[in-house]
Design a protein around this ligand. Structure first.
Ligand code: ATP
Ligand code: MG
Length: 653
């Protein structure tokens, strides 16, 4: 796709949106020329108990990395997400909950929870936590399905000043245990079971297994979701519904410092050992709320749906904190995109008249492979804005999303960000930014991206550039430290390139100043001296109509230095053959050039992915290198069995 193929926002949208091109440019300029003044103004979007006087106090200097925003202000995040909306929109729906089983009788179908009801639920929950001895600064691990109680639990922690650390309910007992220990949690909140895609995980069993060594210390609060039998530990387990009987629904919010931690969250583990990312209260909330409003052009009364799990940062910022701080109606979905069938997302969009829909490329690629009829059966006329996050989106998938889901009328926001960044750093704004399929386009307000020459670390000054993506200055949503290990924080993000925040991603800036994420820096392939991002070769493969998904890695090659090894998953109904292999090789050669032609191409029925759906190229690299004794930590893999198949069918050349 040539770089000059812009999709422009409609004139009507540009007029009505929170920002048109001019507004974006003016605000962006102001935000980087005088960050103090800009954030002093926009820091006012949250309600402060004691107003801040200081705005920004940040340093990326080696050995002295310190990030503080609004540091002398005080606030309560839960009060900002609930209490302050009560007067104006107490009866408006805050959360729409859609259960795993759309026809479930005992689940009662969808639930609509108003701001008033949310207030009562959260206050009760907060009082239960207090009764269990939880207070300011204590760590609480949340291991719950996507049920409203997950949001109540987060907000209840925020209300009393406890720090939550959510562990995705798909993680094993071992992964859970490691995270409970790492933050010294006093309490784990879980459910009896978690229904997902028609199957039930015994969450409480996992908790019991994870806690074998700490039976007497870590308490467990259990939400009744399925009603199944569980092994209840009389000494230290509590049913939420029983504890709630004992408390009132009045709970004053704690006055917290802007820099008091709000939560700890582990990264996905795509590149190695997950990092315990710490976010604090004031700056994070300002940034989550502001990005939610501008990136999705969210307007009062609209229904916003982010399909992520609250176990990921996307769920923190764009299911709970951002939308609720803005008084939005946010949808929480317990299920999976393919249950009861591959039309579930579109069924939910139609049923709840969703206006903004935000999902991951992995889901788009999977649904694209199932055919258009699942989408076309549904009335999607309520959709206004579509979003993606998590991986580079291949232009092929982008175009399908645009045409089939959006009917060609919904701007797509491809949002690039990380657990570490708290909110969007690179993203189009719907009324302002002409898009290009596959590009995350331009920086959000206050974000100063730089492209560095990887070896020298010099910033590349020309508009067109390719290299390592770093950020030159702090923004309010930036992580503050790695929990309990500030040294690791400095080493991971601030030591390779001095005075910059190092993202770990590679990128290209085109002649229009647009950013294209090319993949992880560790994944860059160097073929006969040509540096190539994995994203480009993968996109070329996915553009072929037989290919559903592709992952590309480098492996040592005697002549070229590195060769290209491609793993290819075919569309349903297509069979592997030598002809198809040759056809795909020629195809890539034609799309990108002879240099990009894969040296090895392996048919992969499945690819190793993190639980959040990202391809783990680290593992694919080891298999390609025939070094599968050293796969490293694979505890965050969604389905470890795919690895065995790949090892067995490795292509030997
Ligand atoms: P770990 O840091 O443990 O290896 P992770 O990087 O996958 O895990 P996350 O914070 O969930 O953990 O993911 C952030 C990463 O996801 C980014 O650094 C980037 O590589 C990728 N990413 C997210 N959004 C986009 C996007 N819109 N386009 C391209 N890549 C994206
Ligand atoms: Mg990362």
């Amino acid at each position: 796709m040539p770089d000059d193929q812009f999709r422009h926002p409609s004139e009507a949208l540009a007029r009505e949106a929170h920002a048109d091109r001019e507004t974006y440019e003016a605000m962006y300029k102001a935000s980087v020329e005088d960050p103090e003044a800009f954030w002093r103004e926009h820091g006012e979007r949250v309600d402060w108990i004691k107003p801040f006087t200081q705005v920004k106090n940040t340093s990326f200097a080696p050995g002295n990395v310190s990030i503080k925003w609004f540091e002398d202000g005080t606030l309560n995040v839960a009060a900002n997400c609930i209490d302050r909306h009560l007067k104006e929109r107490g009866d408006q729906t805050a959360i729409i909950w859609e259960p795993d089983d759309p026809d479930s009788v005992e689940g009662g179908g969808a639930q609509h929870i108003t701001y008033q009801q949310l207030h009562a639920h959260v206050c009760k929950f907060a009082n239960v936590l207090k009764n269990l001895g939880i207070g300011r600064g204590d760590r609480v691990v949340i291991y719950l399905p996507m049920i409203p109680e997950a949001a109540y639990a987060m907000l209840a922690c925020a209300r009393i000043g406890a720090i939550h650390s959510i562990v995705f309910a798909g993680f094993s007992a071992d992964a859970l245990g490691a995270r409970i220990n790492a933050c010294d949690a006093k309490l784990v909140i879980t459910a009896d079971g978690a229904p997902r895609g028609g199957r039930v995980t015994n969450l409480k069993d996992n908790v019991n297994q994870a806690l074998t060594h700490d039976y007497d210390v870590v308490k467990c609060l259990v939400v009744k979701r399925t009603g199944q039998q569980i092994a209840f530990r009389e000494e230290c387990d509590y049913w939420l519904h029983e504890e709630q009987e004992k408390v009132s629904d009045v709970c004053e919010p704690e006055e917290m410092g802007a820099e008091d931690p709000l939560f700890i969250l582990y990264t996905s583990g795509s590149t190695g050992q997950p990092k315990g990312v710490v976010h604090t209260s004031g700056g994070y909330l300002v940034f989550a709320a502001m990005t939610h409003q501008y990136t999705f052009d969210y307007r009062a009364g609209e229904v916003f749906w982010c399909t992520a799990d609250v176990g990921w940062v996307t769920g923190h910022s764009y299911i709970v904190y951002g939308p609720l701080a803005n008084g939005a109606t946010t949808l929480m979905f317990e299920g999976v995109p393919t249950y009861p069938d591959a039309g579930r997302f579109w069924d939910v969009c139609e049923k709840h008249k969703v206006n903004q829909f935000y999902t991951a490329p992995t889901a788009i690629r999977a649904l694209m492979g199932k055919g258009d009829e699942y989408v076309q059966k549904h009335d999607l006329s309520s959709l206004r804005i579509l979003g993606t996050v998590g991986e580079p989106i291949n232009p092929e998938a982008w175009n399908w999303y645009d045409r089939v889901v959006g009917g060609g009328r919904c701007p797509i926001v491809d949002t690039w960000w990380q657990t570490e960044t708290g909110g969007h750093l690179l993203t189009p704004l719907p009324g302002a930014t002409p898009t290009k399929p596959g590009s995350a386009t331009l920086p959000f307000f206050g974000v100063q991206p730089v492209v560095l020459e990887p070896q020298s670390g010099e910033a590349i000054e020309t508009t067109e550039a390719e290299g390592v993506l770093c950020i030159a200055d702090s923004w309010p949503g930036q992580m503050r430290t790695v929990w309990g290990d500030h040294e690791r924080f400095e080493k991971t993000y601030f030591s390779d390139y001095k005075n910059y925040y190092f993202t770990g991603d590679g990128c290209r800036r085109d002649a229009d100043g647009y950013y294209w994420i090319t993949g992880r820096v560790d994944d860059v392939i160097n073929v006969s001296g040509h540096r190539m991002g994995t994203a480009e070769v993968e996109s070329a493969l996915v553009a072929h109509d037989a290919v559903a998904e592709a992952a590309v890695v480098g492996y040592p090659h005697p002549v070229k230095g590195q060769g290209i090894y491609a793993y290819v998953t075919l569309m349903g109904g297509r069979e592997p053959s030598d002809e198809l292999r040759k056809e795909l090789e020629t195809w890539v050669r034609k799309e990108i050039g002879p240099i990009a032609k894969p040296d090895c191409l392996q048919w992969a029925p499945g690819l190793p992915k993190t639980r959040s759906g990202k391809i783990m190229r680290r593992i694919l690299r080891k298999i390609a290198e025939n070094d599968h004794g050293a796969l490293g930590d694979i505890s965050t893999l969604a389905d470890p069995s795919v690895v065995d198949d790949l090892i067995e069918n490795r292509v030997n050349r």
